[in-house]
Design a protein around this ligand. Structure first.
Ligand code: NAI
Length: 487
């Protein structure tokens, strides 16, 4: 079998395969979904373009999708988050060799340039005809919305009958996307209409991507239906919270190995991720300060025992900074100039604009020294310096390997169920006017995902009696909570 792919080194496949094998043991949700649907093959005919951190856990997701009948092409959704051994193992496949790869086309390696990143995203949207007359994906599995936005951006330019100009004054990343759209439209003026038309729908992994989808739907510009995987309870209340509670320390430790106990840690944002990050740092004995814009989350932070103040106030006191907001310019160049010597500055939110890296680079007299990959010391003209992790991109995936398998089993079980659901019934996912909608998975599926993970932790669940269920007004088998319940 021959197919195109682009990864760092297929020689890493064996190491990747060992890690995948261990991860499978820690991902009971995905493995039981594989078993449940092995025969019925609900994803037969699905051609999934996946844009999600190419880690060991994602490898188990990819092989679950293919076990259910899907064809897949994969890219990472961040330039630093790929685990090269996982990417290699997926290309080689369980039965192939580095000389005769038999797995799945992956376009991802750790340390891509932005141009390479967008080329990889374009690769997953561009398939050769695989014998069924269809030369493109019919599903997207997205994390952060870059693949979805590329289709929408391309379609917008194409509909306007234009190719994007190559302007100098746009932010760097936007120019890269525009250059890519320009190139594709010059080659094929109908490219994006064809891509968009084939896509039945997208399942979106994270808060930031979901936010983009709702904006598109509100503007009436969403081209295909979407399932919001992030807001499954078994995703955002687990991955975003307990996942970051683990991986934020992993990122800090691998990057700097600084002792967290006793330090002042400043956490920007107290949503699901902020709660996990604050708990982790406090658990290590840090004195945690939270910044928030939402009075409810600010009050929660205060009642959880954290000091709540503004970044303007906290900048000069923190030893460790972590942004978790999904917003931009949360830590400005002025904040960084006011920080203590050797303060550690990092972001765990989806995009790199939470910390004003461009502003930092423009600071007069500043110099940048690489301590090691993804760890840089920025020294100000007065000799004081700060340590920035992963160039301001998400540090738990840039400096470490992201969330551990068990929590990702919850997230990815939701992803798989959402792909099955949307692939089978995309036409039902529309609003009252028949326009593509953004929807969360029904609660009984959320409860199913949780149920799949109980045995592995030795949890013994109490069962309602029929009378008790009647008294509470629920079914013995669930769902147990009304839609508005917040957990
Ligand atoms: P969320 O919406 O629950 O929390 C974000 C919080 O930040 C909100 O409470 C909001 O009020 C606050 N906030 C917004 N602007 C602010 C500002 N300027 N200053 C202070 N606080 C501000 O979102 P969630 O689920 O916690 O996700 C946050 C980010 O993390 C998103 O970009 C998401 O995509 C990403 N994410 C990253 C993961 C990782 O592994 N690195 C895992 C899950 C999510």
């Amino acid at each position: 079998m021959s197919f195109d792919y682009k990864v760092a080194d297929l020689g890493l496949a064996e190491a990747g395969r060992h890690q995948i094998r261990l991860a499978e043991h820690e991902m009971p949700g995905l493995m039981s979904i594989r078993e449940e649907f092995a025969e019925s093959q609900p994803l037969k005919g699905a051609k999934i373009a996946g844009s999600l951190h190419m880690t060991v856990q994602t490898a188990v997701l990819i092989e679950t999708l293919t076990a259910l009948g899907a064809q897949v092409r994969w890219a990472s959704c961040n330039i630093y988050s790929t685990q090269d051994e996982a990417a290699a193992a997926i290309v080689v496949g369980p039965n192939g060799t580095p000389q005769d790869p038999q797995g799945v086309p992956v376009f991802a390696w750790k340390g891509e340039t932005l141009e390479e990143y967008w080329d990889c995203t374009h690769e997953i949207l561009t398939w050769a005809d695989t014998g069924d007359g269809i030369d493109g994906p019919n599903m997207i599995l997205d994390d952060g919305g870059d693949a979805t936005m590329l289709v929408h951006n391309g379609r917008t330019w194409e509909q306007a009958g234009q190719v994007p100009p190559t302007t100098e004054d746009d932010p760097e990343e936007f120019t890269v996307v525009k250059a890519l759209v320009r190139r594709t439209l010059e080659q094929d003026p109908q490219k994006w209409a064809a891509v968009a038309e084939r896509i039945k729908g997208v399942t979106e992994e994270t808060t930031t991507g979901v936010h983009r989808l709702y904006q598109l739907a509100e503007a009436g510009e969403l081209l295909f239906p979407a399932i919001n995987v992030n807001d499954a309870v078994t995703k955002s209340k687990f991955d975003n919270k307990y996942g970051t509670r683990h991986s934020v320390l992993d990122g800090l430790n691998r990057a700097t190995d600084v002792l967290v106990g006793g330090k002042v840690a400043v956490v920007a944002g107290y949503g699901d991720v902020g709660k996990g990050v604050s708990a982790a740092l406090a658990g290590q004995g840090a004195r945690v300060i939270v910044t928030e814009v939402d009075p409810i989350c600010a009050l929660q932070a205060a009642m959880d025992g954290y000091q709540v103040t503004t970044m303007d106030q906290a900048a000069a006191y923190g030893d460790i900074f972590v942004t978790t907001t999904g917003c931009f310019d949360v830590i400005t160049a002025d904040h960084m100039a006011a920080m203590k010597n050797k303060a550690i500055v990092s972001n765990i939110g989806h995009f790199d604009n939470e910390i004003d890296m461009a502003g930092l680079a423009r600071t007069p007299g500043i110099t940048k020294t690489e301590i090691k990959p993804q760890v840089h010391e920025w020294t100000f003209a007065n000799g004081s310096s700060i340590i920035v992790l992963s160039e301001g991109r998400l540090m738990n995936l840039g400096n470490a390997t992201g969330h551990p398998s068990f929590v990702m089993s919850n997230s990815f079980a939701n992803q798989t169920i959402a792909q099955i659901e949307l692939f089978a019934k995309a036409e039902e996912y529309v609003d009252e006017d028949g326009n593509p909608s953004v929807t969360t998975l029904p609660k009984h599926l959320d409860e199913k995902v949780a149920r799949l993970h109980l045995d592995a932790l030795g949890v013994e669940l109490t069962e309602l009696t029929k009378d008790q269920a009647e008294y509470l007004g629920v079914d013995v088998a669930g769902p147990y909570k009304p839609e508005h319940y917040r957990y």
